[in-house]
Each structure stands twice: as C-alpha cells, then as structure tokens.
Design a protein around this ligand. Structure first.
Ligand SMILES: [Ca+2]
Length: 255
C-alpha cells in the first residue's frame, strides 16, 4: 500500500488541512482492506469474509470509523464510502478469496452503489452470488421499503443483503421487519457475555428464532470467548465472527 507519510499534515487540526488530507487519501486511494473470516457455526468452516477498510497506516486516519467521520465533516463521506467499497472488491478479486465477501455500505451511499453494480460488469466479474452488501449502522436507514425495492434487481442476480449491528445503533426491529434482509448481523454488544447473561441469551434466542421463521440467516459478531461460542451453538445462529475465530488480516494472509 502506498503511504501518505511525508505529506500528511501530522495533526488533524483545521478544516482546510483535514479537507486536504481527505482529498489526498481519495485521490491516491491510500486505503487498505483487511478480511475477517465468517465461520459456519455447525461445521466450523470459513464460509466467507467481511471486508474491513483501513486508512493510511501510522496516521490518525488509520481507523476507518475516524476516517469516515472526518470525511463526513468535510463533506466527502460518500466519496470515502465509495473508495472503501471499490477497494474492498479490488482486494477481494486480487486475493481470489473463496466464499462470500461481505462489504459494508453506509445507507446514504446505498442507492448509488446498487445502481452502479447493476449497470457495470463488476457484479459478473466478481460473481453476484458471492457478494453480501452489509448496510451499516453509521447512519439511519430512513426508508427501508425503498432500500428493499432498490436492492431487488441485485437480489434477482444472486446478491445478498445483510443488516449490520442488529440490536444496537440505528438497526432497530422495525427496519429489520420491513427490510427483510438475507442475513442479520447481531451486534457484539448482544453477543459478548451471552453465555452468562440469561437476559441477553433470551433476547438473542428471540431474534434468532424470528429470523429462522423468516428464512433470514443469523451471523453473530464479536465472538471472543469460547463460552459464548458454546452458548450460540444451542441457538438458531448460523455463523459467527470475532477474534476467537480469526482477526482481520490482509488478503495475502487470508488465502
Ligand atoms: Ca460490518
């Protein structure tokens, strides 16, 4: 990955400097993509990977949430989202990773990403049935009906829709019921400690049972403890993700 060391400002201070930093990252595409395994809970086999973006290493922009927040502050969040998305697909294609590739999309960028995928040949090159679009919690899903309708042409070509961070943030139950994604990703705050906390366990079980009735796959995120893994195996949860199963890695290490 190219580095922005040398011209990066060194401190995130003024609006103008921030804007210059963000524009440089966008024009030089100095973002990287790590991949974290998604593991089938019964077979304990890797069935896919979540693509996770990183900003320029060694700068305050390395953390993707911080980078997106800074891009938002200078009015370039959609552009950064697009760079994250295209970088993730480029890295996944280059790595020839097996299984699903799950890519995060902020709700404000959803329409433009979906229409681009529909128009371009990227979906054919990538393999539509490998792609999961994860709608993230970073901004509210204002019109889940619209989102569901907008995604339909991609669904017909085989792609999947996931709702991220379910149980926390903006991903509320109403959105879940209307959007009816192919997968839900249970937020780590519901998953961590599920083995010892009966209230948490009852909640996860209720959501997972509802999802099973609706034909929605359940992926539990943030699994870091063996006890939680054991508890989740007793529930209708299909897949798990977390440090216990594998940390995010560069693609060279992922194949
Ligand atoms: Ca995610």
């Amino acid at each position: 990955m190219a580095t922005v060391q040398g011209f990066w400002s060194g401190e995130v201070s003024s609006y103008t400097q921030r804007r210059i930093d963000i524009e440089r990252i966008l024009s030089m595409r100095t973002v990287d993509t790590f991949f974290q395994p998604i593991v089938d809970l019964q077979q304990m086999q890797i069935i896919g990977w979540e693509a996770l973006s990183r900003g320029p290493a060694g700068t305050p922009y390395e953390r993707p949430d911080w980078l997106l927040q800074e891009a938002e502050r200078v009015g370039l969040a959609d552009e950064m989202d697009w760079l994250f998305f295209t970088s993730a697909l480029d890295h996944a294609l280059a790595a020839q990773l097996h299984g699903y590739i799950s890519v995060n999309i902020r709700p404000p960028s959803f329409d433009s990403v979906v229409s681009y995928l529909y128009r371009s040949d990227l979906l054919d090159r990538f393999g539509a049935a490998k792609l999961i679009l994860e709608v993230t919690e970073s901004a509210p899903v204002v019109h889940p009906e619209h989102m569901r309708e907008a995604f339909q042409p991609l669904r017909e070509r085989g792609a999947f829709l996931a709702l991220d961070d379910v149980g926390a943030g903006h991903s509320n139950l109403y959105i879940l019921a209307v959007l009816k994604p192919d997968f839900i990703k249970l937020d780590r705050r519901l998953v961590d400690g599920v083995a010892e906390n009966p209230s948490l366990a009852a909640l996860v079980m209720a959501v997972a049972q509802w999802a099973a009735k609706e034909g929605i796959g359940v992926i539990a995120e943030g699994v870091e403890r063996p006890a939680d893994l054991v508890a989740l195996r007793k529930m209708p949860v299909h897949c798990v993700q977390g440090f216990l199963l594998g940390r995010p890695r560069r693609h060279q290490e992922s194949v």
